[in-house]
Design a protein around this ligand. Structure first.
Ligand code: NAP
Length: 313
């Protein structure tokens, strides 16, 4: 199959940027890959991993002649990056991103871009708690959703090209309005992260003896929060700073439901507790049925056999 894009420029080459580089290359979706990042050591790491063809610390240089540009840095850097690359963009190019919030991206990037390019913000709903160029892998997007939020002015043929690119990396693609994306992601991703940061933070503040027991007995539930709470601090700072309204709206609802739960515990309302826990169990089953999670017990973690006891002893 002929490559869909002759030159892909990736601005930022962490977990998501490096996964795009590997997946686009493996699936023959692009000709040349240009990589730009901020620090020399990150660029050297990307080069050692052979992620692209052109390596530069100058994002304006990377986008020259590119027919697809994807911003893969933390969303807080987007406005400055857009201002820097705008005068160097190829007419007819598609400019996209992978940022976890979308309305902010429209407002931060859109005003800098010339009318000659097609701006189609995007967000792959795929990731891990690891960061940097060596965290990426080509299969990251397989079977996962990618949301695109094109404005009405973008020709459908251009949107279709970008849909084809993400599908070529194994993603399912859905287009929606940026504000709707932000509301949905606030409850499915941003609030769960806030809860995880909060509970792990509470433990961090506990006095030393209790803390060591929490670490020791963490497998009883706490451990699963720590995976989420180990996510990149800069990325998540930017998400909460740029999706404030949707997060506060959903946090309000969450707090009301938490108060109801607190009341059920205090008043010994077992029926309410059991009814809620039954509903939530069904939601997990539907996520597994939708192929978005493994059905294996305990997230498929390996469980070692108990050490053999000596019968004669
Ligand atoms: P990451 O692994 O921390 O990598 C971030 C990259 O951005 C690094 O290469 C960093 O380079 C670069 N960068 C930072 N500031 C820059 C600047 N001013 N100019 C150019 N490059 C700069 O982050 P990530 O997880 O790939 O996340 C990147 C984006 O994907 C974020 O917008 C995030 O919202 C979105 N996203 C993340 C996930 C996830 O689970 N991680 C999922 C979906 C979407 P240096 O090392 O050179 O500073």
């Amino acid at each position: 199959m002929a490559a869909q894009f002759k030159k892909l420029a990736l601005i930022g080459i962490g977990l998501i940027g490096s996964s795009i580089a590997l997946a686009a290359r493996r699936n023959g979706l692009v000709g040349t890959i240009a990589i730009a990042t901020r620090k020399q050591e990150t660029l050297d790491e990307a080069k050692a991993l052979n992620l692209g063809d052109i390596y530069t610390l100058d994002s304006a240089e990377a986008v020259k002649g590119a027919d697809l540009v994807i911003l893969c840095a933390p969303v807080g850097t987007y406005a400055k990056l857009a201002e820097t690359i705008a005068p160097h963009l190829e007419p007819g190019a598609i400019i996209s991103d992978v940022g976890s919030v979308k309305e902010h991206v429209l407002n931060a990037v859109g005003p800098y871009l010339p009318d000659t390019v097609h701006f189609i913000p995007g967000h792959p709903l795929a990731g891990t708690e690891h960061s940097g160029p060596s965290a990426g892998f080509a299969e990251l997007f397989v079977g996962r959703w990618c949301v695109l939020t094109p404005g009405e002015e973008v020709p459908q043929a251009e949107v279709d090209k970008l849909i084809g690119f993400w599908q070529g990396m194994g993603s399912n693609v859905e287009c929606m309005d940026a504000a709707h994306h932000d509301m949905v992601l606030a409850i499915t991703s941003h609030i769960p992260h806030l809860i995880a940061y909060n509970i792990v933070g509470t433990v961090a503040d506990l006095e030393a003896s209790t803390k060591s027991e929490v670490i020791k007995f963490s497998a009883s539930g706490f451990r699963d929060f720590t995976r989420i709470a180990a996510s990149d601090p800069v990325m998540w700072r930017d998400i909460f700073l740029t999706n404030r309204d949707a997060v506060l709206e959903m946090l309000g609802r969450f707090s009301e439901d938490l108060s109801a739960l607190q009341r059920a515990v205090r008043t010994g309302d077992g029926a309410s507790l059991e009814a809620l826990f039954t509903r939530t169990r069904a939601i997990r089953r539907s996520i597994i049925n939708a192929g978005q999670e493994t059905a294996a017990a305990d997230f498929g973690r390996a469980h070692e056999a108990a050490p053999k006891t000596d019968d004669k002893a």
